[in-house]
Write a protein that binds this ligand. Structure first.
Ligand SMILES: Cc1cc2nc3c(=O)[nH]c(=O)nc-3n(C[C@H](O)[C@H](O)[C@H](O)COP(=O)(O)O)c2cc1C
Length: 258
C-alpha cells in the first residue's frame, strides 16, 4: 500500500508548483513573440495603441499596423468611390492607418514613405479635417500630419467641414464625412530639382496618395472618394494654408452607408 508521508507530499507539491511555473513561462514567452510579430518593426520602439497628447495641440497617433487581414488584391477588387457615410465616429487607429497610408514613413534612415516621390523630394503636405465626436478621443479641428513622428498638430479648432464643402461646390460627401483628408503640394520642393517637369511629378504623386487611401479605407471597411472639384483659393482660406501650399485632393472618409 502507498503511504503519503509528509516528505512525499512535499515532493508532490514542488512538482505541481514547478509545472505551473513552466506553463506560465512558456505562455508569456509565446505571447511576447506573437505581439512582436503583430507590431510594425519600424515603430516597435514606441509602440502605442492609443492617442496621446505629447505637447499641447500635438497628438501622437497609435502606431501603424503593417499586417492586415484583407489582401491587396481583395482591396483593389472591392475599392469603389463611396459618397454617403454613417453618422458613426471612426476609431483613432483608423485615422492612424489612413494617414500612414498617405505619407507614413516606412524606412527611418532616409525617411522613405508609403507612396513614391520623384527624387525623394516629398512635396506633399497632408491635413485632416475632423468634425465634433467624429474620431474617438479627438476634438473637432484642422490638423496637419507630421510623418516624421506620426503625429497630428492642431492648426484650427472647430468644425471646418461646412466651409470645406462650400469650397468644393457644396459636395455633401465632404460635409457629411466624419473626416476629410486634404492633400496639398509645395511644388517648389520638386521643381527646384526637375524644373517644369516637376509639376507633373507632384500631380502624379498625389494620385499615388489617393489610391493608397482608397485601398487602406477599403481594407478597414471604410468608404471614401477622391474629390478634385473645388476652388483652390477658398480651400486655402478655410484651412488657412501657407501661401506656397496648393490643395490637390479632398478625400472624405467614413463608414459607408449600405
Ligand atoms: C482626379 C479625380 C477627381 C475626382 N473628383 C471627384 C469629385 O470632385 N467628386 C466626386 O464625387 N468624385 C470625384 N472623383 C471620383 C470619380 O467620380 C470616380 O472615381 C469615378 O466615378 C469612378 O468610380 P470608382 O472610383 O468607384 O471606380 C474624382 C476622381 C478623380 C480620379
Amino acid at each position: 500500500m502507498y503511504v503519503l508521508t509528509r516528505g512525499r507530499m512535499l515532493v508532490l507539491l514542488v512538482l505541481i508548483g514547478s509545472s505551473w511555473a513552466l506553463g506560465l513561462f512558456s505562455f508569456s514567452y509565446y505571447w511576447n513573440k506573437a505581439s512582436q510579430i503583430a507590431v510594425s518593426s519600424t515603430y516597435r520602439a514606441d509602440y502605442s495603441t492609443q492617442i496621446i497628447e505629447i505637447r499641447p495641440g500635438v497628438i501622437k497617433l497609435p502606431s501603424p499596423i503593417t499586417t492586415g487581414i484583407m489582401s491587396v488584391e481583395e482591396a483593389m477588387f472591392r475599392r469603389r468611390s463611396r459618397r454617403e457615410y454613417l453618422d458613426k465616429p471612426l476609431e483613432s487607429i483608423h485615422l492612424s492607418q489612413l494617414l500612414w497610408a498617405s505619407q507614413g514613413i516606412t524606412e527611418p534612415k532616409w525617411g522613405l514613405r508609403t507612396a513614391p516621390s520623384a527624387g525623394g523630394t516629398y512635396p506633399l503636405e497632408i491635413y485632416v479635417i475632423i468634425g465634433e465626436r467624429c474620431v474617438k478621443d479627438l476634438t473637432a479641428g484642422v490638423y496637419r500630419y507630421n510623418p516624421k513622428d506620426h503625429t497630428i498638430i492642431l492648426v484650427i479648432s472647430g468644425d471646418c467641414r461646412p466651409g470645406l464643402s462650400t469650397a468644393a461646390l457644396s459636395q455633401p460627401s465632404i460635409a457629411n464625412a466624419p473626416v476629410n483628408i486634404v492633400v496639398a503640394a509645395v511644388y517648389e520642393r520638386t521643381t527646384q530639382t526637375y524644373g517644369s517637369r516637376g509639376i507633373r511629378y507632384v500631380d502624379m504623386e498625389a494620385g499615388h496618395v489617393g489610391q493608397n487611401v482608397y485601398l487602406m479605407a477599403t481594407a478597414l471597411g471604410l468608404g471614401t472618394v477622391v474629390v478634385g472639384a473645388f476652388h483652390d483659393e477658398q480651400v486655402q482660406q478655410v484651412l488657412r494654408l501657407p501661401k506656397d501650399q496648393v490643395p490637390l485632393y479632398l478625400i472624405p472618409v467614413g463608414y459607408p452607408k449600405e
